[in-house]
Design a protein around this ligand. Structure first.
Ligand SMILES: NC(=O)C1=CN([C@@H]2O[C@H](COP(=O)(O)OP(=O)(O)OC[C@H]3O[C@@H](n4cnc5c(N)ncnc54)[C@H](OP(=O)(O)O)[C@@H]3O)[C@@H](O)[C@H]2O)C=CC1
Ligand SMILES: CC(=O)N[C@@H](CCC(=O)OP(=O)(O)O)C(=O)O
Length: 311
């Protein structure tokens, strides 16, 4: 029997990429609303309650409204928005962190944000293993392609092709900080410094580590090679998260990047072990959004987690 899937927000950036990944999949039947009815609440409520799975690709308020429209015990939810990422009763949809079984059995799954996907993947296992301190003021510097900001930011970068680099989040308090702190198990909110460049997709998320300062402050801080080995062990069973052993001199984001659902982690370290840079590269619309939603849907439907993914 096929499961029915309704993407609420199917005309948006994330929704379109999910539909592409589900196209031709015999395990699912898509429920779709035409352009005139896609924002009609009565039509949305009907589609939501007809579906076995709904995937919310909406602004946060609209995602909360969609959840409130559920009037049955059957419809299961994957929310791509920020609305429920630290909410009680929701499973954080990061199978490599919370466990595949946990996601497979969940009714309400909140997809991680694109930046937190990189940051949490790098730091959570190392903090949990006691190789890095939980009580440290971490910094996260990250660079994203402009599709990370949805239709509005895509239009802005395509209208003004003179923008090369946009630092933002300058007032602090970016909406991703709470999930970065909670799901990494940090005592302090990380200082998050995001930027957007003139590329459609792709991102580099980095946590620079002053290991020597940690040790001087009386904290446990393992050597870079030990950090890398711990990540290799943590993700050994994952077909999606890879820990690379190479240490290239540079990491490039290419404007021509094709859609990709992998998450690649690297650890760079000073020879004397005093400093390290933990760096994740991913597609904001892949493991950062649409690919992650499809991975979670696969698990919730009892399928291979990689079905339909681009790896
Ligand atoms: N883009 C990315 O890389 C990532 C996005 N996300 C999250 O996914 C969600 C969607 O983002 P994204 O696809 O980028 O955004 P877009 O702006 O590209 O798409 C949002 C879609 O939702 C539609 N919409 C807005 N309000 C309603 C409503 N009340 N009822 C039905 N449809 C509505 C919009 O309609 P209209 O077309 O008319 O504007 C649009 O098509 C957001 O919460 C975002 O934070 C998460 C991770 C990464
Ligand atoms: C480049 C850009 O603008 N990115 C978005 C986040 C994209 C994303 O991950 O969406 P969620 O907030 O739903 O996680 C931002 O910084 O607000």
């Amino acid at each position: 029997m096929t499961a029915s899937v309704f993407i609420d927000g199917a005309a948006g950036t994330t929704g379109l990429e999910i539909a592409e990944r589900l196209a031709g999949r015999s395990e699912f039947t898509m429920i779709a609303l035409d352009d005139e009815r896609r924002k009609d609440d009565a039509a949305r409520a009907e589609a939501i309650n007809d579906a076995d799975f709904i995937i919310l690709c909406l602004p946060d308020d609209a995602a909360r409204e969609a959840v409130a429209m559920i009037r049955n015990d059957r419809t299961r939810v994957i929310d791509a928005s920020t609305a429920h990422r630290t909410a009680i009763g929701w499973t954080y949809g990061f199978p490599e962190a919370v466990g595949r079984e946990t996601v497979a059995n969940a009714r309400r799954v909140s997809n991680p944000g694109c930046y937190p996907t990189g940051f949490i993947a790098l730091l959570r296992p190392l903090v949990a293993a006691g190789l890095l301190p939980a009580s440290w003021p971490y910094v996260c510097h990250a660079t994203s392609g402009y599709s990370g900001g949805g239709k509005a930011l895509i239009a802005r970068f395509e209208d003004d092709t003179d923008i090369a680099y946009r630092a933002y989040g300058l007032g602090m308090g970016h909406k991703h900080v709470p999930e970065m702190q909670v799901h990494t198990g940090l005592a302090l909110a990380p200082l998050f410094a995001p930027a957007v460049v003139a590329a459609h997709r792709g991102m580099i998320v980095e946590a620079p580590l002053h290991l020597e300062a940690m040790r001087a402050g009386g904290h446990q801080a393992a050597a870079p090679d030990v950090l890398r080995a711990a990540l290799v062990e943590c993700y050994a069973g994952s077909p999606i998260v890879r820990v690379e052993e190479d240490k290239p001199d540079e990491l490039l984001m290419r404007a021509s990047m094709e859609p990709n659902d992998a998450l690649v982690l690297r650890v760079f370290g000073a020879k004397d072990g005093s400093q390290a840079r933990l760096i994740a590269t991913l597609d904001n619309l892949g493991k950062g959004a649409s690919g992650a939603a499809v991975q979670n849907l696969n698990l919730m439907a009892g399928l291979d987690e990689t079905a339909g993914l681009r790896l």
